[in-house]
Design a binder for this molecule. Structure first.
Ligand code: ADP
Ligand code: MG
Length: 592
């Protein structure tokens, strides 16, 4: 094949591919343009999760009618003049590419007016071809209407996820921008339903509630730190509030949402030893820094940046977050434990505090440890479920009959078996027991359900509510009787008998809190995941005193489990100290 220059439409579609990946990317570019134009109010309307329509209207400075055609051409920008400017960018846009890119993969209408002109102008672009601007009567500001995104790039359309997922990406983007710009008014709606509306009164916590729900928003810790030209504000979750993935770690740098690995790493270091392995904090952090200190021109969608002084930024973020955590959280005592590993214990054990943040077992094992630690590690490493890492392969994963000795620290049960001592984490163990019972009942297609005396009404954040709606049929299987009861509101009328006495709204929230994407996993997987999540919330907590009968019942139930050694999330439920191990430790055997 001979070398040819690409046809302009092809070239521009290729370029568009870098910036415009999905409806949410359109929303992001348009929203950023509105913010750059000093808009105070930004109104976003979508239809069919943005696939049919995305309209962003603002009351910003507008585009002079003589420049409208230019605005939609590639490499046309009002924000950058000389190449030097690239290193001191204080606007969100600068590449002059978004409008052209969007116009090449959709039917786009731009209407705009500046204060100086009496009339505005309107322009249509379809698949990259634009009409001549016409005059129209309109208010000052800009409205960009994007219809039939990717109508001319069917391959892209195929890559889009379900409406629920695409809509969620838009919701979460707009909500985060609203958080970053609490002084601006944002409104996001689809059809008649308003997903988000902010007042522009500067109150970030109220917006946080729209993102995570009131309960979570109340618990989030506020950060305000300043140091040598750096400023960090926003929120981080306390150690008791975690997620199973990093998706809720949000960073803005100079008003731009970025996915900056180094910042996430700095943040996770701040939480080091305070979170269980595999758990991540939720954050909405806003870093402000001299534009000269950061290069934002390293990624086509501007999602990554480079810092001139990476170490300094890293250390600033890490220290600020750590300080906030220690200032608000119950200070963990790092006490050397009996076996040389260290673990955190709360300075005050409140019965309501879930000891979720106990250190990841085996994480802090140092090189000069006694041999016993290696043995312990084999048994407790959460990454390798016990059944796969048994030192003796013949040993079944079931546990022998145990004799209960008692409870320590209101958190662990101590028991004796024929082969040594067992320390059982009551929360993890109860999670396992509930999970296996629930799954067994489900397999028999018979989950006993109990009607609540008074149905409980629960209001969820919009995203969570959307998600729950899609899961309602599955909930029926599980013995939950839940009905939609108004916008974002549900009524719980019955719960599985297994959870009798527990709080229905906690159960409902648990069902949606960690739900990831709806990439149509197998029904069975969803169900197991849902079950595991509810059981975690419903299980007894660490720090909760149990009666003798309750302790015994828990041990008996655990003995009956198929996989008693780990909780449904793969963490250990118990530490087993074999007779041999004890003998070695006491010098009765081995060396000497
Ligand atoms: P960039 O934002 O990188 O400059 P865009 O393609 O997004 O590139 O926009 C091109 C130009 O169009 C901008 O530089 C700006 O002058 C103008 N523009 C786009 N959207 C708006 C808006 N909502 N309000 C005012 N001007 C806008
Ligand atoms: Mg732009």
């Amino acid at each position: 094949m001979s070398i040819r220059l690409l046809a302009p439409e092809v070239a521009s579609q290729i370029a568009a591919g870098e910036v415009i990946e999905r409806p949410a990317s359109v929303v992001k570019e348009l929203l950023e343009n509105s913010l750059d134009a000093d808009a105070h109010t930004v109104t976003i309307t979508i239809e069919e999760a943005g696939k049919k329509l995305i309209e962003v209207a603002d009351d910003g400075l507008g585009i002079p009618s003589s420049e409208l055609e230019l605005a939609i051409s590639r490499h046309a920008t009002s924000k950058l003049v000389r190449s030097d400017d690239l290193f001191s960018i204080s606007t969100l846009g600068f590449r002059g590419e978004a409008m052209a890119s969007i116009g090449s993969v959709s039917r786009m209408t731009v209407t705009s007016r500046v204060e100086k002109e009496k009339e505005g102008a309107r322009l249509k672009v379809e698949g990259g071809k634009s009409s001549k601007p016409t005059k129209v009567g309109t208010t000052v500001g800009t409205t960009v209407r994007v219809e039939d995104l990717f109508y001319n790039v069917p391959a892209r359309l195929k890559f889009l996820k379900t409406d629920v997922t695409e809509r969620r990406a838009i919701d979460s983007l707009v909500t985060r921008y609203a958080l970053a710009y609490p002084d601006k008014r944002f409104k996001l709606s689809e059809g008649k339903s308003i997903t988000l509306q902010t007042t522009g009164d500067g109150d970030r916590r109220a917006i946080l509630a729209a993102l995570y729900g009131v309960d979570v928003a109340k618990q989030m810790l506020e950060i305000m730190a300043e140091e040598e030209g750096y400023r960090l504000t926003g929120f981080i979750s306390p150690t008791s509030l975690t997620r199973s993935n990093r998706k809720e770690i949000t960073f803005f740098i100079n008003g731009r949402w970025v996915h900056e690995i180094s910042l996430s790493t700095a943040l996770l270091q701040a939480y080091h030893t305070l979170l269980m392995v595999g758990r991540y904090p939720m954050t909405a952090l806003f870093l402000e820094i001299d534009p000269h200190e950061v290069d934002v021109n390293v990624h086509p969608a501007k999602a990554e940046v480079r810092f001139r002084n990476q170490d300094k930024v890293f250390s600033f973020v890490q220290r600020s977050a750590r300080k906030a955590l220690l200032a608000y959280s119950p200070v963990p005592n790092v006490a050397p434990s009996l076996w040389g590993t260290t673990r955190t214990v709360p300075s005050e054990t409140k019965s309501t505090v879930e000891l979720d943040w106990a250190i990841g077992h085996g994480e802090t094992v140092s090189s000069d440890q006694l041999s016993v630690n290696r043995d312990l590690r084999v048994e407790t490493n959460p990454q390798s479920p016990i059944s796969n890492s048994q030192p003796l392969p013949s040993e079944s994963s079931r546990i022998p009959l145990l004799r209960l000795i008692g409870q320590i620290g209101g958190t662990y049960l101590v028991a004796e078996g024929p082969d040594g001592l067992y320390l059982v984490d009551q929360h993890a163990a109860h999670e396992r027991v509930l999970f296996e019972k629930l799954m067994a009942q489900r397999d028999l297609k018979n989950i006993p359900s109990q009607a609540l005396l008074t149905p409980e009404v629960v209001t969820l954040p919009p995203q969570a509510a959307q998600l729950l709606l899609t899961q309602l049929p599955i909930l029926q299987h599980f013995g939950f009787d839940v009905e939609e009861f108004g916008p974002n509101t549900f009524q719980v009328r019955a719960m599985p008998t297994l959870f009798t006495g527990s709080d229905p709204s906690t159960a409902l929230r648990a069902l949606v809190e960690d739900f990831e994407e709806d990439e149509t996993p197998l029904q069975n997987e969803i169900e197991a995941k849902l079950a595991a999540r509810v059981c975690k919330r419903m299980a007894v907590k660490g720090g909760q005193a149990l009666s003798n009968e309750e302790q015994r019942a828990l041990i008996t139930d655990l003995e009956a489990c198929d996989s008693p050694r780990t909780c449904p999330h793969g963490r250990p439920t118990m530490i087993h100290l074999s007779v041999e191990l004890l003998e070695r430790q006491f010098g009765r055997r081995g060396a000497r």
